[in-house]
Structure formats: C-alpha cells, structure tokens
Design a protein around this ligand. Structure first.
Ligand SMILES: O=C(O)CCC(=O)C(=O)O
Ligand SMILES: [Fe+2]
Length: 287
C-alpha cells in the first residue's frame, strides 16, 4: 500500500479558484486561514464548559445514542487514559443541541456560500434523517479513533474545521473503492478495521490502494469531496463538520433519498423525490 503523508495546502483561495481546482475535480485540500473569522477558533474544553457545561445532551456511540451532562463528559475527556478511555462525543447536531454556540460559528465560511442546502426552497424538515443545518460537533481525547473508514451519507461533501488539538486523518480516493472491502450491507462503510497496521493476509487487495495520512492541525479547514475517510485523535480535539451540496454531488444525493424512501408509501416517495429533482434542475440553472 502506497502511503502519502501530505495533502495539498492552500492559503485562502478565492471561491472561484476553490471550485475549479478542488470541488469540480474532486480533490481534497486543506485551506489554511479559512476559519479566522470564527470565535470558535479560540475554543478549548474549558471555554466550552463555561458556555454549555450544565446542559444535558446526547451523542452517538457504537452502543446507540447516549445522554449525559456536558461538563461531566468534558471531565472524562480531560482525565481520559488508555485504561479508562473517554467516549468519542461525536456527530452532535450543534445548532439543535447547543444553540448558544451559534454566534461562534458565524458567519458561514465563504466556501459554503453557494451550498444548495441553504437555498430557501430546500425543505426545512426533510429528508427527515438530515439535520436542518447539518453542522456537527466532535470532541475527543488523545488516542480515540472514529469507528470506521467510510464515505459520508447523502452524497454530501464535507468541510472539516479543526478548532482545537489535532487529528490524524486517513483518506482514500473513491477510485480505490474496489480495494477497500466495502460492506455488502452498506457499500459506504469498509470492513477493514486497522488502517495503520493493516492485515494484508486478510485484506490483500488493500495493498493496491493509496493511503493519504496526514495531521489536521488547529485552524485547518479540510475539504473532503466524498473520499473514504477515518480519523484518530492525536491531541484533545474539537472539530466541526459541515455538509455541502452543489451541482456535482447532487445526483448522488438524489440516489440516496430514493433509497431512503424506498420503504415508504409510493405517493410520498414520488412527491419528495420529484420535488428534489425539480429543485436540482432549477438550482443548476441559476447557480
Ligand atoms: O472523526 C472525525 O473527525 C470524522 C468524523 C466523520 O467522518 C463523520 O462523522 O462522518
Ligand atoms: Fe465522515
């Protein structure tokens, strides 16, 4: 397996340059300085504890959704060690769960200004499974890993804002999908578990893939154009991930909503899928 330990870094390109050089060719990139206008850039665990410590909240885990008091979980993260590791507080719907943090992630980053998701005609409440303003918060202790190598749902591209601490990021191009042992039940998730020391006897095809493995540092904004990805936290980390839809990935979004609604009654499915189809045609013309 070829391992590349660097990824392109650019300092605040124009939106046009970014679209032409990275979005349309589907190339991942780290934009430096892209988060400078956010108060969230100064966040650390103590600041978040002061802002939202008393709140009860829920987070996703391998055992299902869990509920806890924020400050207690932050203390667990601070005291995390290999013998008693703190859970990964991940995929938390930031605006819904912690609306008091909204001002800290304002204004929207300039590279997402043309996000189709933000169009006023995009329905507020569906697809039901997608949060209205999909901005997710992740907090993790050193050594904590995201559970699976995967491609994100709903055809979304991701902007990954590293606000505090650092993470090792692993990416593979979708062109290498055939070597990554996608699950039969869910082709967006790989069945390989360890990508640092892979078991090439069990997963021989993996040797043909190219792995990008690099450090995402505080202040970095990573653009992920639907590549395979997973992470391991290197230093106590706070990350925000934002979903981005545009002309190129919208057809994948349409395919996914068709799949999501396949068990619903036919009229409901037909109406919703057609609404999104029409919206896509209109946005493609106007943007
Ligand atoms: O651990 C991370 O930062 C990656 C999270 C992620 O890829 C996801 O939630 O889809
Ligand atoms: Fe992801």
């Amino acid at each position: 397996m070829k391992v590349i330990t660097e990824i392109t870094r650019v300092s605040q390109p124009s939106v046009k340059e970014f679209m032409n050089e990275f979005v349309y060719p589907k190339r991942p990139v780290i934009i430096t300085g892209g988060l400078d206008m956010w108060k969230a850039k100064d966040w650390d665990l103590q600041i978040l504890k002061e802002k939202i410590g008393k709140k009860e909240f829920s987070f996703r885990s391998e055992e299902g959704t869990k509920t806890a008091i924020f400050s207690e979980m932050i203390d667990q993260i601070t005291n995390s060690n290999p013998l008693s590791p703190a859970p990964y507080l991940r995929n938390m719907d930031l605006l819904k769960m912690f609306p008091e943090l909204r001002d800290d992630v304002f204004p929207n980053i300039s590279y997402m200004k043309n996000n189709w998701r933000d169009h006023w005609m995009w329905p507020k409440n569906w697809p039901e499974h997608v949060g209205q303003d999909l901005i997710e918060l992740f907090i993790s202790a050193k050594g904590v890993a995201f559970p699976k190598l995967h491609i994100d749902y709903w055809g979304m591209d991701g902007f990954i804002a590293q606000l505090h601490g650092s993470k090792e990021f692993i990416l593979y191009s979708p062109e290498d999908s055939a070597y990554l042992y996608p699950s039969i039940d869910n082709p967006l998730v790989s069945t390989v578990t360890d990508f640092i020391n892979p078991d090439f006897h069990k997963f021989p095809e993996l040797a043909k893939a190219t792995q990008y493995r690099f450090e995402l540092k505080a202040g970095d904004l990573l653009y992920n154009p639907r590549w395979w990805h997973t992470t391991k936290t290197l230093e106590t980390s706070i990350t925000i991930i934002m979903a981005y839809w545009h002309r190129e990935n919208y057809p994948v979004f349409l395919d996914e909503i068709k799949r999501a609604y396949k068990d619903c009654n036919k009229i409901k499915t037909y109406t919703k899928v057609n609404y999104f189809k029409g919206l896509g045609l209109m946005l493609a013309k106007s943007r």
